[in-house]
Write a protein that binds this ligand. Structure first.
Ligand SMILES: *Cc1c(COP(=O)(O)O)cnc(C)c1O
Length: 380
């Protein structure tokens, strides 16, 4: 079965008692048993729920995974992975990892004995040099946020296999429609389904997918033990979003490519970062491991902080908001908004300057999006 078909059919057979073609929202916490211990496969909804099961089965299949687990948020999924570690274990992570991921490494799990090292994972030799005997996981985001740096997933996977370390890839920015890390050798895929998978900015969720049955068993145990599960309605909304994922990702990529090329030629724009541009340093690797540039573009305006602030405040269709991956276009200023918690010196060192703007290109008509950006960039 092809991707677009799986998204609509896997785990979603018509409901057996009524024939409903849409998986129902099983809004129940518990299930009646015929006799103690005799039940229809469900006992309590933290452990299993049929609506969540449908989402887990469908999304796992889209990642090419045998196993999938849904969570209440991306951070709940990530925290559950970290709960599988023990005091003294070590993680090597991308240095411009999602801010919430860094925060939970640094402010929460270090108190329980987690050690971590941040490296530029686009440099495979740097990843190799950071590995220690106690390293359990290499954590990669590609493309990263907001600079869209690219890591060669297959190369890092090869290194991890040779050293007996698990490779986890946060695939939020690409979604399985564009990039499937397990097929490239990763052990675990991590998602914030809040973004492209849900796709409509109306639900928060997370996901883990793997083909490693021992790892799955451990994570499934922790899903129930720690309890970071999504409710039935959130599972249903995410499953509904999933059905149009392939169509939406095509539209995001097509418009983002046109907007990136338009911005490159714009006289108010200093530079543009977009993996779909041949000028992007990770372009060749990205296009080998993913089937599109995605919907996120980062660019620097020539007029500094004041100009960046005016542009962000002047767009009408691009809403000024954090998050990304929805049908509506968003604009944001990383230094003031999503990356404000990164100390200014570190931001500057990483290239997150005050003239940097990030946009999430939605699926509105391309002509309207280009016109909105042009009128906002003219606010010099
Ligand atoms: C948003 C995001 C997360 C966190 O997910 P939530 O659903 O907000 O908890 C993790 N990783 C990446 C790359 C994200 O964009």
């Amino acid at each position: 079965m092809h991707f677009a078909t799986k998204a609509i059919h896997v785990g979603q057979a018509p409901e057996s008692t009524t024939g409903a073609v849409v998986v129902p929202i099983f809004q129940t916490s518990t299930y009646a048993q015929e006799a103690p211990g005799v039940h229809k496969g469900h006992e309590y909804s933290r452990t299993t729920n049929p609506t969540r099961d449908a989402l887990q089965e469908c999304l796992a299949s889209l990642e090419g995974a045998q196993y999938g687990l849904a969570f209440a948020s991306g951070m709940a999924a990530i925290s559950t992975v970290l709960l599988s570690l023990s005091s003294g274990d070590h993680i090597v992570s991308s240095d411009d990892v999602y801010g919430g991921t860094f925060r939970v490494f640094d402010k929460v799990f270090t108190r329980h004995g987690l050690k971590y090292t941040l490296v530029d994972t686009s440099d495979v030799a740097a990843v190799a040099a950071a590995l220690r005997p106690e390293t359990k996981i290499v954590w990669v985001e590609t493309p990263t946020n907001p600079l869209l740096r690219i890591t060669d997933i297959a190369a890092v996977a090869q290194l991890c296999k040779a050293r007996g370390v698990l490779l986890a890839v946060d695939n939020t920015f690409m979604s399985p429609a564009l990039q499937r890390p397990l097929e490239l050798g990763a052990d675990l895929v991590v998602h914030s389904t809040t973004k492209y998978i849900g796709g409509h900015s109306d639900v928060v969720g997370g996901f883990l997918a793997t083909n490693n049955s021992a790892l799955h068993d451990q994570l499934k145990f922790l899903q129930n033990a720690a309890g970071g599960v999504p409710g039935p309605f959130d599972s249903w909304l995410t499953l509904r979003g999933l059905k149009t994922l392939a169509l939406r990702m095509d539209a995001h990529c097509k418009s983002a490519q046109q907007i990136a090329e338009h911005l490159v030629a714009h006289r108010q724009v200093e530079s543009v970062l977009y993996p779909g541009l041949p000028s992007h340093p990770g372009h060749a690797i990205h296009m080998r491991q993913a089937s599109g540039g995605g919907g996120i573009i980062t660019f620097r305006v020539k007029g500094g902080l004041d100009h960046a602030r005016r542009v962000c405040s002047a767009t009408k269709l691009f809403f000024l908001a954090e998050s990304l991956g929805g049908v509506e276009s968003l604009i944001e200023h990383p230094a003031i908004m999503t990356h404000a918690s990164v100390p200014a010196a570190q931001r500057a060192a990483r290239g997150i300057g005050d003239n940097l703007i990030r946009i999430s290109v939605g699926i509105e008509h391309i002509a309207d999006l280009l016109a909105d950006l042009d009128q906002a960039l003219a606010q010099t």
